[in-house]
Ligand binder design. Sequence first.
Ligand code: HEC
Ligand code: HEC
Ligand code: HEC
Ligand code: HEC
Ligand code: HEC
Ligand code: HEC
Ligand code: HEC
Ligand code: HEC
Ligand code: HEC
Length: 347
Amino acid sequence: MPNLQKRWMRLLMALFAVAFYGVTGFFAQPRAQEVGCTVEGCHADLLAKRFVHPVARDDCGSCHESSGAPHPGGEGKEFSLLAEGGDLCLTCHEVISEEGSVHPPAQDGECLTCHDPHSSEVRGLLTQPLPDLCAMCHDGYQQPEGDSGSVHGVITSGKSCSSCHRPHDSSLEKLLIKEPPDLCLSCHTDPVKNGERTLEPVGKLLKTSQFVHPALEMSGCSTCHVPHVSEYPYLLTGAFPGGFYGKPKPESYELCFGCHDSALLETKNDPDATQFRASNRNLHFVHVMADKSRSCVACHDMHASDVPHLLRQFVWFGRWRMPLKVVQTDVGGACTPGCHQKLQYKR
Ligand code: HEC
Ligand code: HEC
Ligand code: HEC
Ligand code: HEC
Ligand code: HEC
Ligand code: HEC
Ligand code: HEC
Ligand code: HEC
Ligand code: HEC
């Protein structure tokens, strides 16, 4: 073919393509922007937030259908939803597939309590950020109970409740993402920064120490800690002091006496109450039942240690990492801590 004819053929084909697109484009679904549902003055606000539901951007018609009444001006009856409640969402999303536990509001199709169908300022199209979203139905997970109580810092920061729970379903109980104690150790194996303090790397201690508190092997962390809030310090399940000093009475250490005999504290002179004694003189009594009651944590690690009887190598006294220098013998022991010179006890 001569060159001129070739050019004419190309031009004809291009014209045909444009015409074809025009016809099909006319019959294809109009996009939200094209029909102008979201132009200024109409429903612009619906898609104006930071995170937009992709289907709402693409096609209002995936959820709304016209009832034929003129729009606008049909008194709100000109559109209906393609399906009611959660059924609408479930046509595209399968959110419940696990059977360990299912969250009732997700099961009951209350998707819109937690999600906005169009757009939201919160990731995941959520109607509110966590933990407030969850607090609509679950009270009391954010505030410590009482003056000396504690709240788990993860709840008020970062992923909040989602650090431990899935929102719809889980193969595990209580919508958990991992079974405790692995759940707890996923964060507490290494030291956790908490403002000025650095928390003990409990998981590392458990792995590397010679002696582990049998309480941990009995039922993990939950014997002594709750996951959310507690009326006691350190998320503890029972009364225990929040620092180096407690009160000189057994009730101040109730947590321990769920399993241990409080006799180890109570009597001043008793050859049977404890091994921590000089002859009959109960040295637990001397240290703990004195005016300044030194808490068990002054000498024992609650989780694990390389020294027998879970004794510590050192203890934090304010910012001082105070060594204890404990030596054990068959009939007693000796100690050279920062608080006093070397003292020995013999049973
Ligand atoms: C994923 C499904 C879905 C898509 C897509 C969708 N909507 Fe909706 N829309 C809903 C649902 C569900 C409601 C009812 C909300 C309620 O009851 O709180 C609603 C309500 C509305 C309302 C009532 C006012 C309001 O905010 O509750 C308007 C107006 C509206 N949609 C317009 C639109 C427009 C315009 C588009 C396209 C830009 C669109 N919708 C896309 C699901 C959708
Ligand atoms: C017509 C299909 C369709 C319907 C109906 C639909 N969605 Fe979606 N949705 C999508 C698509 C596509 C995405 C983007 C891909 C993805 O994340 O799965 C999405 C994403 C999402 C996301 C994740 C957004 C994000 O930022 O991570 C949420 C939450 C969501 N939809 C909730 C809903 C809810 C609630 C309803 C019912 C009101 C609903 N969807 C109805 C198709 C649909
Ligand atoms: C109790 C509140 C709640 C309810 C009820 C709920 N969701 Fe969610 N949903 C969430 C949270 C929280 C996320 C995680 C958001 C994030 O972190 O990005 C989520 C995430 C999603 C996602 C993103 C992908 C995924 O599976 O993680 C989709 C899709 C979704 N939800 C759909 C639904 C549908 C459909 C329903 C109703 C059957 C529903 N949701 C009910 C709280 C809820
Ligand atoms: C619309 C109300 C509502 C919202 C919002 C809500 N929940 Fe629930 N949730 C319930 C109900 C109802 C139950 C079942 C009764 C109960 O245990 O309190 C439940 C139970 C639970 C359970 C126990 C499940 C089991 O198998 O025992 C967990 C965990 C949970 N919700 C976590 C959350 C988290 C995390 C959020 C925020 C993402 C949240 N809930 C938001 C209503 C809600
Ligand atoms: C997603 C990470 C994460 C998981 C999972 C986690 N924690 Fe924590 N935990 C932290 C952080 C961060 C802190 C420090 C912030 C705070 O409590 O103020 C902390 C603090 C603590 C504290 C000290 C509280 C105080 O008042 O000083 C205890 C005790 C604790 N966690 C126990 C647990 C137990 C038990 C589990 C399992 C049920 C667990 N943690 C799971 C991150 C986590
Ligand atoms: C550090 C992990 C962790 C975080 C963060 C967390 N939970 Fe839990 N949650 C658990 C564990 C573990 C259980 C199971 C406790 C049990 O069986 O005694 C649980 C149980 C629950 C239950 C069932 C009722 C109960 O107390 O046993 C609800 C409801 C619940 N959590 C809601 C929430 C809400 C709401 C948030 C956020 C405000 C949240 N959780 C944050 C670990 C966590
Ligand atoms: C026998 C009871 C008991 C058990 C079981 C227990 N703890 Fe503790 N835990 C305590 C006591 C008491 C404290 C507070 C005194 C202290 O600082 O040692 C504490 C403190 C903590 C702290 C804060 C440490 C710091 O440096 O302030 C973390 C984190 C912690 N525990 C995590 C865990 C984890 C994770 C488990 C399970 C693997 C667990 N605990 C099991 C009694 C226990
Ligand atoms: C769930 C039960 C339980 C709780 C609660 C508990 N313990 Fe224990 N503890 C044990 C068991 C079991 C042993 C091993 C047998 C023994 O020595 O009494 C043990 C051993 C010890 C030892 C080592 C004794 C030795 O001679 O080797 C010390 C120290 C100790 N616990 C301190 C505490 C303190 C302090 C608390 C309170 C914060 C506490 N325990 C809470 C069960 C528990
Ligand atoms: C001043 C340091 C110190 C304090 C404070 C202390 N202990 Fe001890 N405890 C020891 C020493 C040292 C031993 C080991 C005695 C031995 O066998 O030589 C011991 C032994 C134990 C034993 C093993 C059984 C026994 O009585 O010999 C238990 C259980 C125990 N302590 C629990 C506690 C509890 C609970 C508290 C807090 C109420 C506490 N201790 C406070 C130093 C202390």
